[in-house]
Ligand binder design. Structure first.
Ligand SMILES: Cc1c2[nH]c(c1CCC(=O)O)Cc1[nH]c(c(CCC(=O)O)c1C)Cc1[nH]c(c(CCC(=O)O)c1C)Cc1[nH]c(c(C)c1CCC(=O)O)C2
Length: 348
């Protein structure tokens, strides 16, 4: 009897040390690619692209065609959940997302958690198309934002530097704020379950702003909701690999791993490699953590750091990635050099 060798990414997630690290890159589809910009122009605006299964499938596949990553990440955005809950959302050129803010328990009646799947249906169709169109050795990753990070955009109404509105609500009316977080936990579980049913093999939970909370609040609004999501997913899919990305949390990543039950964690750029090898990788597989700006720089600086990351993390389960998303200024040929280096162990 012959068995198909499992995909490299799934093997690393199951705790295997692989012959080379699987790799994929956060924001691997996006504006640094001319073909993305062309498809995006064809779609109209960014939300139209996210809700167009044919075009969202196309932009998901674009980086795979060039670089053959070991995983494809569904093309969508973490703010589709607020959109599906009925919170008006727009993406402004040069500014990013803008939402009509929700800032008190009284305003929660503006959200409608009943029918999110009606809006999100095209996303599930994108996943379903991808599950048959990606290469057979490539793993399909679904994703969602963590409730805390999604809530920062919902309450601030845009990206924020100081999180003053959400923190005032969180400190001043924890019970009311927890009603918003409950809505997000439930919606996120339902959303990710549908992605898994449509063919996502792994899910990643992005908590980009997890690092701005003090101890107690970190436990309450990052650890608690993430744990509930992991449990909610595993209730239906006990073996589903879940990757957490609690960005900027420093040493708290140990508690994150121990308490949430995630399968693996993504390390941000600031996480020291030796520390991560001793304290995190002994617990779960890790993913990371090249500085995305080294991918803009390229050359020897990038190549040396890639080699260093691989050397320090290759003795335990490891997935190569960035410490945060690719930025639009990235020259596509630098991504080519990275993929070559990881695949063959030498620069192109
Ligand atoms: C905080 C956050 C968002 N979205 C996301 C996060 C968490 C990860 C992170 O911190 O980067 C996650 C995300 N956003 C996008 C993906 C797609 C999959 C991928 O290739 O990684 C994923 C996984 C597409 C996108 N999401 C967005 C774009 C750019 C939109 C465009 O084409 O104009 C893409 C490709 C827009 C977006 N969406 C968001 C912001 C702040 C912005 C504006 C900033 C920017 O323009 O880069 C919210």
């Amino acid at each position: 009897m012959t068995t198909t060798p499992a995909k490299l990414m799934l093997r690393a997630l199951s705790g295997e040390i692989t012959e080379r690290p699987p790799f994929w890159l956060m924001r691997q589809a996006g504006r640094y690619l001319p073909e993305y910009r062309a498809t995006r122009a064809q779609a109209g605006n960014f939300l139209d692209l996210c809700y167009n299964p044919r075009l969202a499938e196309e932009v998901t596949l674009q980086p795979l065609r060039r670089y053959g990553m070991d995983a494809a990440i569904l093309f969508a955005d973490i703010l589709l959940i607020p959109d599906a809950l009925g919170q008006p959302l727009d993406y402004l050129e040069g500014e990013g997302p803008v939402l009509d803010p929700v800032r008190s328990a009284g305003e929660l009646s503006k959200l409608n958690p009943e029918n999110i799947h009606k809006t999100l249906e095209p996303v599930y169709e994108t996943v379903s198309r991808l599950s048959s169109s990606i290469p057979s050795d490539c793993t399909l990753i679904g994703f969602a934002g963590a409730p805390w990070t999604v809530a920062t955009y919902m309450v601030e109404g845009r990206g924020s530097k100081d999180y003053v509105n959400i923190k005032k609500w969180m400190y001043g009316d924890p019970a009311g704020f927890s009603a918003l977080m409950d809505i997000l936990v439930e919606a996120t579980i339902a959303y990710l379950l549908k992605q898994v049913e449509a063919g996502a093999e792994v899910v990643q939970i992005f908590d980009t702003w997890a690092g701005v909370l003090p101890d107690d609040e970190f436990r309450k609004w990052v650890l608690g909701p993430t744990k509930r999501i992991v449990e909610g997913l595993r209730h239906h899919h006990p073996d589903l690999p879940v990757i957490g990305f609690p960005k900027g949390v420093g040493g708290n990543i140990i508690d994150f791993v121990e308490e949430t039950g995630v399968t693996a964690v993504s390390l941000d750029t600031g996480t020291p490699l030796d520390w991560a090898a001793r304290n995190v990788q002994t617990r779960v597989p890790v993913q990371g953590n090249l500085d995305p700006i080294l991918l803009v720089q390229g050359g020897a600086a990038m190549e040396n750091r890639i080699a260093e990351i691989i050397n320090r993390l290759k003795s335990a389960p490891f997935i190569f990635n960035l410490g945060h998303g690719i930025i639009p200024q990235t020259p596509p040929e630098h991504v080519g050099a990275l993929s070559q280096l990881i695949r063959d162990g030498s620069p192109s």
